[in-house]
Design a protein around this ligand. Structure first.
Ligand code: NAD
Ligand code: UFG
Length: 338
C-alpha cells in the first residue's frame, strides 16, 4: 500500500514507519515537527535502508494537504498528528481543540475529495475515562477527563457519524494503552520536550542523571502495592498493530474501535523494579501525593485485536525497560546527540 503517515516523525509514528517499510508499504510522512525532529527520519532510513518521502507541513494547511493528495495516490492514511500533553490541554484547551480537531477535519475533507476512504486513527485508552471495570473492553462506557481526552472522544464520535452516513469509509480507531520503550536498535525513541509528564521517560531521565529522583504519585490506591496499575505496551508492538490494521482495513465495515494493550497491568513500583533490573542499580525514587485525575487501575482486554487483526503484543516489561534504557543511554539528549 501507499500510505500517508501524519505525525510520522513523532514517537509512535516513527516506529510505525519502520514497521510499515519492513512490511513493504510505501510511506509518505507529513509532519510540521512541532513535537519532533527531522533526525528521526534519518534514523528510520538507517534502520530500514529506505528513506520515506517527507513533507514538512502543517496538517491545518489545507492547500498543502490538497497538493499532497494530488501528487500521490494513497491507499490509506495513518493519522498520528496532534498534541497529546494532558496538563497543557487543561491550561490551553483551545490549542488542543484547534490542532487536533481542525486538522482531522482538513484531512477527512481532502481524503474524501480524493477518494481515499481508509483511515487508521490514533485514539487512546483515555476515552474510557476512569474505568469502572478492568480489563477494559471496547464496549466500556466512554468519557473524557480533560480537554485532550475530549479531542480523542470527539474525533471518535465524528468518525462514527461519518461512517454511519457514508458507507465508503473504513475507520479503525486504535485505542492505545501506555506506549513505552523504543526500537531495539536504540536509534529511535521517545524524546519529550522539557520535563517529561509520563512515567517511563521520567524514569529514564532519572537513570541518566538529568533528573534527581522519581516521585511516585500516591501509594494509597486499592492495588497490590498501593500504586497505580497501567498496561505498558512496547512501542514496536504498537507499531506492528497499525500494520495489522492496514492489512484488514478494506474489510472493515464502518468504524471499529480496537484496544492495543497487552492485557497485563503493572504497578508504578513494579515498573520501577523492572527498570532497576535493566540498569542493574537502584533508581532514586520517593513516594509523593496522588496526581489529580489518575485512575487506580487501567489495563486492556486485548482479545478483539487478536480476533480482528490477528495481533497481540509480543514484548514484555523487561524488553520495554531494556529498550527504553538502550535508547536513553545512546541518546542522552534525545535527537540532539547520539
Ligand atoms: P508525538 O508528539 O511524538 O507525535 C505527534 C507528531 O505529530 C509530532 O511529530 C508532531 O510534530 C506532529 N504534529 C502535531 N500537530 C501537527 C500538525 N498540525 N501538522 C503536522 N504535524 C503535526 O506523539 P506520539 O506519542 O507519537 O503520539 C501519536 C498519537 O498517538 C497522538 O495522536 C497521540 O494523541 C496518540 N496517543 C499517544 C499516546 C502516548 O502515550 N504517547 C497514548 C495514546 C494516544
Ligand atoms: N507516574 C508517577 N510519577 C511520574 C509520572 C507518572 O508516579 O512522574 C504514575 C502516574 O501517576 C500513573 C502512571 O505513573 O499512575 C502512568 O502515568 P503516565 O503519565 O505515564 O500515563 P497515564 O496512564 O496517566 O496516561 C497516558 C498518557 C495519556 C493516555 C493514557 C492512555 O499520558 O495521554 O496513557 O491510557 F491517554
Amino acid at each position: 500500500m501507499k500510505i500517508l503517515v501524519t505525525g510520522g516523525a513523532g514517537y509512535i509514528g516513527s516506529h510505525t514507519c519502520v514497521e510499515a517499510i519492513k512490511a513493504d508499504h510505501e510511506v509518505v510522512v507529513l509532519d510540521n515537527f512541532s513535537n519532533s525532529s527531522g533526525i528521526a527520519l534519518d534514523r528510520i532510513a538507517e534502520i530500514t535502508g529506505v528513506r520515506p518521502v517527507v513533507v514538512e507541513a502543517d496538517l491545518l494547511d489545507t492547500p498543502v494537504v490538497e497538493k499532497l493528495f494530488k501528487e500521490h495516490s494513497f491507499d490509506a492514511v495513518i493519522h498520528f498528528a496532534g498534541f497529546k500533553a494532558v496538563g497543557e490541554s487543561v491550561s490551553e484547551p483551545w490549542k488542543y481543540f484547534h490542532n487536533n480537531l481542525v486538522s482531522t477535519l482538513v484531512l477527512l475533507d481532502v481524503m474524501r475529495a480524493n477518494n481515499v476512504f481508509n483511515l487508521v486513527f490514533s485514539s487512546s485508552a483515555t476515552v474510557y475515562g476512569d474505568p469502572e471495570v478492568v480489563p477494559i473492553t471496547e464496549s466500556a462506557p466512554l468519557s473524557a477527563l480533560n480537554p485532550y481526552g475530549r479531542t480523542k472522544l470527539w474525533i471518535e464520535d465524528m468518525l462514527r457519524d461519518i461512517a454511519a452516513a457514508d458507507s465508503r469509509w473504513h475507520f479503525i480507531l486504535l485505542r492505545y494503552f501506555n506506549p513505552a520503550g523504543a526500537h531495539e536498535s536504540g536509534l529511535i525513541g521517545e524524546d519529550p520536550n522539557g520535563i517529561p509528564n509520563n512515567l517511563m521517560p521520567y524514569i529514564t531521565q532519572v537513570a541518566i542523571g538529568k533528573l534527581k529522583e522519581l516521585t511516585v504519585f500516591g501509594d494509597d490506591y486499592p492495588t497490590r502495592d498501593g500504586t497505580c496499575i497501567r498496561d505498558y505496551i512496547h512501542v514496536s508492538d504498537l507499531a506492528e498493530g497499525h500494520i495489522s490494521a492496514l492489512d484488514v482495513i478494506e474489510s472493515v465495515k464502518g468504524c471499529i474501535p480496537i484496544n492495543l494493550g497487552t492485557g497485563e497491568g503493572y504497578t508504578v513500583l513494579e515498573l520501577v523494579h523492572a527498570f532497576e533490573r535493566a540498569i542493574g542499580k537502584p533508581l532514586p525514587h520517593k513516594i509523593g501525593p496522588r496526581r489529580p485525575g489518575d485512575s487506580a487501575a487501567t489495563f486492556a482486554d486485548p482479545s478483539l485485536a487478536l480476533e480482528l487483526l490477528g495481533w497481540k503484543a509480543k514484548r514484555g516489561i523487561d524488553e520495554i525497560c531494556n529498550d527504553a534504557w538502550n535508547w536513553q543511554s545512546k541518546n542522552p539528549n534525545g535527537y540532539q546527540t547520539r
